[in-house]
Design a protein around this ligand. Structure first.
Ligand code: BES
Ligand code: ZN
Ligand code: ZN
Length: 502
């Protein structure tokens, strides 16, 4: 997608579609209160073109509500699309990101390939507003129907962001640049996640990561089963041993000139390219979804891509443990004992709790490579979706300072994460009678916490955040602002978390 900034009046933008935002300024909390719709542009020609239809009251500026005007009088654009942001008090950059996505999702099925969006001119910092528009448009442009042979390319070719008079040029430029980098990186992660298991094996994931690293001039190493064995990553290997596909350990390093020796941020992702459950096999219903079990790993690869371009002055190591979880004559069995890289013995009670096995070694290795602060992302448990639904992802932290950095990151990313506990009392859930720990809890209660407690065994005192994105990594139905399929959740938050240390 080509992107540009226009420093001319929105009314003069020659485009197939000009989108402007509107908010409801009424402060009444009553459900049926009459909205007071306000266009977020001072452009007189646009206000005039929209004044009649707005006076009818049929457009209420609800979040992502749209109203289309053809051949609007006095405008160079052939269409004017008004997109609602909801109540003015809540019309923040996150509402703008979604509304910009809504404009794109509106345009695409109508065959519109280029659009202009008027950046809101009130109460908005230009960097944040333009960044939100760029992100919303690029994320909204993503579609997951890659393998339809009759697929029509309806991708948006040009986005023009119209900058209001008086806004700082450099602020708008920064917003556009950052928005494009971050959203394209999130879409890169979504592209990886969208691939089916036969076309996204651990080796293919490693190759895709390596290509990205080459393009971004990042150092990387890809290790196969032999090195993984030599490193002593037997927990990781126990997951991979049932599959004909060899595992891959992906290590990507970002070491900018002038970065201090510490902190070194370790990003660790679960890269299970397909999770059948192994011998503790999953039911057939919805098993196809388990192609997205590498979404945490993809998020890390996407984040590394963005970091390489945004160039924060902080060292980062990205690690993805990629494997396929299959049942076979060679597969790990319930009751088997394996020794993790850290030396801890693990009783494998359920081979479907494989994510924590690969992450145990990934987290330990990351520390060995020098990471002083850790963050992992994983589609780790169904239980997190039971606890939080499909609105919030789960976040666990053993360190309040690292968590504070993360909450700050969320303010910019706009992603929703809810903190869950890690009290010592939960530890007895994973106590094994034969080994140091077992890979599932004694009971099904608190399944997401039990999994996090397992990981905690491998991070020691190192400040650590664990993101359980199982409920948020895949959307089953379209939203007005984004397509169904892989969401790329966590990429933006991880990137902002990293930047918060620079
Ligand atoms: N990959 C799954 C978790 C998952 C579930 C991701 C739904 C996305 C959507 C994970 O490996 C798994 O199977 N976890 C088990 C753990 C259990 C055996 C303790 C689960 O959640 O049931
Ligand atoms: Zn599993
Ligand atoms: Zn899994």
């Amino acid at each position: 997608m080509k992107t540009e900034l226009l420093f001319t009046p929105a009314a003069t933008a020659q485009t197939e579609l000009l989108a402007v935002f509107a908010a409801d300024k009424s402060t009444s909390k009553e459900r049926d209160a009459k909205p007071e719709v306000a266009l977020l542009t001072a452009d007189e020609a646009i206000r005039k073109a929209a004044s009649y239809v707005l006076s009818t009251g049929e457009f209420k500026a609800e979040p992502n509500e749209t109203l289309l005007l053809h051949a609007p009088e006095g405008l160079a654009a052939t269409r004017l699309l008004i997109v609602g942001l909801g109540k003015a008090a809540k019309a923040d950059p996150h509402a703008v990101r979604k509304a910009a996505g809504t404009a794109v999702r509106f345009a695409k099925p109508r065959g519109i390939r280029s659009l202009a969006i008027a950046a809101p001119d009130r109460d908005f910092d230009a960097t944040h507003a333009v960044r939100a528009i760029a992100e919303g448009v690029i994320l909204g442009d993503f579609d997951s129907d890659t393998y339809r042979t009759d697929r029509k390319d309806r991708s948006i070719q040009t986005l023009s962001v119209v900058i209001p008079h008086g806004a700082h040029r450099s602020a708008a430029e920064t917003g556009l640049r950052e928005g494009v980098i971050i959203a394209e990186s999130q879409n890169f992660a979504r592209t990886l996640i969208n691939e089916p298991g036969n076309l996204m094996t651990p080796s293919i994931l490693a190759r895709r990561a390596a290509t990205m690293a080459d393009e971004q001039c990042l150092r990387y190493e890809i290790h196969g089963p032999q090195t993984i064995q030599e490193l002593g990553m037997h927990a990781f290997l126990s997951v991979a041993q049932g599959s004909d596909e060899p595992p891959a350990l992906i290590v990507i390093t970002y070491e900018p000139e002038g970065a201090p020796a510490e902190p070194v941020l370790g990003l660790v992702g679960k890269g299970i390219t397909f999770d059948t459950g192994g011998i503790s096999i999953k039911p057939a219903d919805s098993m196809e979804k388990m192609k997205y079990d590498m979404a945490g790993g993809a998020a890390m690869i996407g984040a590394m891509r963005a970091i390489a371009q945004l160039k924060p002055k902080v060292k980062v190591i990205g690690i993805v443990c990629a494997a396929e979880n299959m049942p076979s004559g060679k597969a790990v069995k319930p009751g088997d004992i394996t020794f993790a890289m850290s030396g801890k013995s693990i009783e494998v009670l359920n081979t479907d709790a494989e994510g924590r096995m690969v992450l145990a070694d990934g987290l330990h290795y990351s520390k060995q490579l020098g990471a002083t602060h850790l963050i992992d992302a994983a589609t780790l448990t169904g239980a997190v979706a039971i606890a939080l639904g499909q609105i919030n992802a789960g976040v666990f932290a053993n360190d309040d300072e690292a968590y504070k950095h993360f909450t700050k990151a969320l303010e910019t990313s706009g992603e929703k994460f809810w903190r869950l506990p890690l009290d010592d009392e939960y530890r007895e859930q994973i106590r094994s009678s034969i080994a140091d720990i077992q890979n599932t809890g004694l009971t099904r209660y608190g399944g997401a916490i039990n999994a996090a407690m397992f990981l905690k065994e491998f991070v020691g005192d190192t400040p650590w955040l664990h993101l359980d994105i199982a409920g948020m990594a895949w959307l089953d139905a379209d939203k007005p602002w984004t397509a169904k399929g892989p969401t790329g959740v966590a990429v933006r938050s991880i990137v902002e978390w990293v930047r918060s240390y620079a």
